[in-house]
Structures are given as C-alpha cells and as structure tokens.
Design a protein around this ligand. Structure first.
Ligand code: GDP
Length: 360
C-alpha cells in the first residue's frame, strides 16, 4: 500500500524518518513522500532523511509546546493551511493512503495530529490513517493523560488508528527512553513491511497479498494493532507448515503492538519469505486458527515474497475490542479533567491562592 507519511512532534518525526529510511534501504518504494512537522526547532535539527517543517514560530518561537497538547492543537489549527501547502506535491497521485504519525503523550503531536487528520480528510479522498504511540506504564502522568485525551479525538477522526504501546517492542527491564531506538526500528520494520506488502512484484502469483487487503482490513475503522514474528525457514516442507503456524501464533500472542488486543473485527495474515518455502497448508491452518482467536471469520491472507532465509508472519488486526490498557488511559485523563474542573469551581481555592500569595 503506497503511503505518504506525515510525522507530527518529536516521536512522530523520528518514526517517520526511520520508516522512510527502512523503505528506501529495502528498495520497497511504498513510501511516497514524507514530512516531519514540529513546533520545536531543536527536534527538527536531528532529522536528516526527510523534509521538515517548523510550525508556530510566531507563537512559540521554535521552542515547542512543553507537553501542552491544547497548545499543540492550537498551533496546528492556526497553521493548517501552511502545512497543507507544504504537503502539496509531496503526496503523489499514486499514494493509496496517508499516515499521520505522532506520540500521543506529548504536546505538538498529541494535540496536532487529530487536527491535521481532520483537515486531510476534507481534502484527500484516500484513507487517512493515524499511527499513534501510546506511552508505556512507567512514563509520566502528563504523558498518560495527554494520550488518554488524544485517543478519542484521533480514533474518531482517522479512518483507522494503528496504536503502538511503547512497552510492546523493547526488551524487559529496558527503560522506554533508553529503548527509543529499538522501538523505532521495530516500528519501521513492521509498518514498513505492512506498507510494502501488496507492492511486491517478484514471484507474482494468485496468493500474493494485495494493497486492497490492507485497506479492507482497516475498513471498519477504530483501533488497529500490528503483530510480527519470524523464524528461520527450513528445507523441509512439513517443518515449514509448523513454522508458519508458530510464527503466526507468536505474532498475535506475544508480538503485537498493543499487547492485550486479541479480539477484533477483522485480521490480515501476511506470510513473508521465499515463495517456495511459504507453506500453503501452514498458511491455511494459521488463518483458521487466527479467526478462532480473534473471534471473527473476516481473516484475509496473502503472501509477501521476500528474498530472506526467514519465514515471517505479519498480523494486522482491524477494529480491535478496546483493550484494558486503553480504557485505563482514557479513564485517567477523564478523572484528571474532573478533578481540575472541581478545583477551578471550588471557591476555597481562590482563598487559598490569595493566602499563599500573601505569604510572599
Ligand atoms: P511532542 O514533540 O510534543 O509531540 O512530544 P513527543 O513526541 O516527545 O511525545 C512524548 C511521547 O512520545 C512520550 O510517550 C514519549 O515516550 C514518546 N516518544 C518520544 N520520542 C520517542 C521516540 O523516538 N520513539 C518512541 N517510540 N516514542 C517516543
């Protein structure tokens, strides 16, 4: 599925760059245009591989929004036209989708991405998807609250929202910050393969996955998750039947971007590897198993011919049943809003503030 990528904020920009780089290194050419947008000059300076755009220089002078997602949203609102102008010509006519990529815990991306998705929806008639990074359990409260607030607006605005939990794709014991590089590399590989599947020309056969399968799997909107696992392919075909099954199970049960998302409206299973080792029987068994696991018969499938000694399974889940982790974030944001509203409406507050002021 040919896609244009737009990163908003620090995480959004870094992931966009990494994905565009992966796509270029692999020679897939599924990424059609990429842009990293930020309100902080310093974050844009480290981005070399894709074009960048600074927004809100008049308002925040290139210093970013310091985790203030309302301000992030305002900056995107007041600079939408400028961003759309910058995108013109970058989103090529052969692009089949647009991905807006952002960390949901920060300010520029969390506030800006939903506004941008809305604006793109009214202009382009290809699907506009969001790729949102959800803060890990040990990240700060501000990040969690921002993410909880961003989730609903983003999921409502986008054609589908692929969520990546920052706890999902790094080693246990590694801090999230220390693992950005690993996480971003894993995102680039997995999402990069998803975009490239359907673009393969080598070994074209009836079972090769088509871009429309990805779009159809995401059709019902909501939250999407992506899983991946791989293992060495064997010379022995019976062994490869087992390997396809094993990697498909691992992709869903231990390898998804949202660890507790296991039931969904639909799924796509892409088997990647050399065409002669992808076992048809293995793929059919795995598809049927996947349907039972997610609780849906809408399981699409296809091959992604790749020159590799590995057999890989990429599992895309469309419209997942909202996992507890996401509910918790939304609830935490809601509770934070309630208590700040109460604080504001409490007349005692003004008194306390006056008394404290009086002390200085
Ligand atoms: P913004 O620049 O104001 O949009 O804020 P950030 O993009 O820094 O958003 C903060 C959230 O993104 C937090 O949950 C961070 O852990 C996460 N984050 C920041 N940089 C990265 C990164 O390079 N990779 C990943 N996976 N997450 C990141």
């Amino acid at each position: 599925m040919k896609a244009a990528l737009i990163g908003v904020g620090q995480a959004g920009g870094k992931i966009t760059e990494r994905l565009a780089q992966f796509d270029a290194e692999m020679g897939f050419e599924a990424v059609r245009g990429a842009l990293a947008i930020n309100s902080a000059t310093s974050d844009l300076q480290s981005i070399e591989f894709v074009d960048t755009q600074l927004i809100g220089a008049d308002q925040v002078n290139g210093h970013g929004v310091g985790g203030d997602r309302d301000l992030g949203g305002e900056l995107m609102e007041s600079n939408t036209q400028q961003v759309l102008d910058e995108l013109e010509g970058r989103i090529t006519s052969d692009a089949e989708s647009i991905f807006v990529i952002a960390g949901l815990g920060g300010g520029t991306g969390s506030g800006g991405a939903p506004v941008l998705v809305d604006a793109l929806q009214s202009i382009y008639d290809i699907p506009v998807y969001a790729l949102g990074v959800v803060p890990g359990r040990n990240e700060s409260r501000l990040y969690r609250i921002n993410a909880g607030n961003a989730l609903k607006t983003l999921v409502d605005a986008a054609d589908a929202t692929l969520l990546i939990d920052n706890d999902a794709w790094h080693q246990q014991g590694e801090s999230v910050e220390g693992a950005y590089d690993t996480i971003n590399g894993n995102i680039a590989q997995r999402v990069g393969l998803l975009l490239a599947s359907g673009e393969a020309i080598e070994g074209v056969g009836a079972s090769v996955v088509d871009s429309s399968e990805v779009i159809n799997t995401l059709q019902s909107g909501g939250i999407a998750a992506l899983g991946y696992a791989s293992a060495p392919a064997s010379e022995d075909s019976d062994e490869n039947i087992r390997t396809v099954m094993t990697v498909s199970r691992q992709a869903l049960l231990t390898g998804t971007s949202l660890p507790d998302a296991t039931s969904s409206d639909s799924a796509l299973l892409v088997a990647a590897g050399k065409p002669d080792v992808i076992s048809r029987k293995g793929v059919e068994k795995a598809r049927s198993w996947l349907g039972d696991e997610i609780g849906s018969r809408k399981v699409r499938g296809g091959d992604f011919p790749l020159e590799s000694d590995q057999l890989g399974a990429l599992v895309l889940l469309g419209d997942v049943d909202r996992p507890d982790r996401i509910d918790e974030l939304i609830e935490e944001a809601w509770n934070a809003k309630q208590s700040s509203d109460e604080d504001r409406s409490d007349p005692e507050d003004g008194l306390i503030d006056d008394r404290i002021e009086g002390l200085f």
